[in-house]
Ligand binder design. Structure first.
Ligand SMILES: [Zn+2]
Length: 182
């Protein structure tokens, strides 16, 4: 629980201009981060909900999908989230569906915003889905051999398939075949 930043709407409401600037510095579990996530996160309370914006950075330790080497990636993540008040539970379903499509989330019923989770989601989204260690990536040396092995196996299968037919040809034309060999 130590590494979780939570801000309640009441806290935010009590701030001048209903704004709050958080100096974010947390080690978030579940990320491949080797450094804490640090940055500034601004919360602004409006009549419709809460705007959360800012910028954080961290250092990820990733595994290259090509050469399978571990490498580091410094990541800057812009945060721009909007959480709306859950005014009408149940009613206006279409509106809520629309909001979901726009990736607008609803403020939890207890009015407590999990800033750590919002930052975590943003960093997770910004992390590459396909990891490449860099322009000097030595390439998939190991997997190349694998695919070559596979194609060889495929050739073998083709040869096995062709073999019986070839045998049939041999039995159909035994004289011609033996004549070719000798
Ligand atoms: Zn690589």
């Amino acid at each position: 629980m130590a590494n979780v930043v939570k801000i309640s709407l009441d806290e935010l409401r009590s701030q001048p201009q209903q704004r709050m600037l958080i100096g974010f510095k947390e080690t978030l579990t579940g990320l491949d981060a080797v450094k804490p996530v640090i940055g500034d996160v601004r919360l602004t309370l409006g009549h419709w909900g809460v705007s959360i914006s800012g910028r954080v950075q961290t250092l990820l330790k990733l595994t290259c999908d090509r050469c399978l080497r571990a490498y580091f990636l410094s990541l800057n993540v812009d945060i721009d989230e909007k959480l709306v008040h859950d005014f009408d539970k149940g009613s206006h379903r279409r509106d809520r569906e629309l909001l979901k499509k726009d990736f607008v989330e609803v403020i939890p019923a207890d009015g407590v915003l999990d800033i750590s989770d919002i930052v975590y989601q943003a960093v997770t989204l910004a992390a590459p889905t396909y990891c490449l260690c860099g322009s000097d990536c030595p390439g998939p040396s190991g997997s190349q051999r694998d695919s070559d092995g596979l194609s060889l196996a495929g050739d073998k299968k083709e040869a096995e398939k062709a073999d019986p037919r070839w045998k049939n040809l041999k039995t159909l034309f035994p004289k011609e075949d033996s004549g070719e060999i000798s």
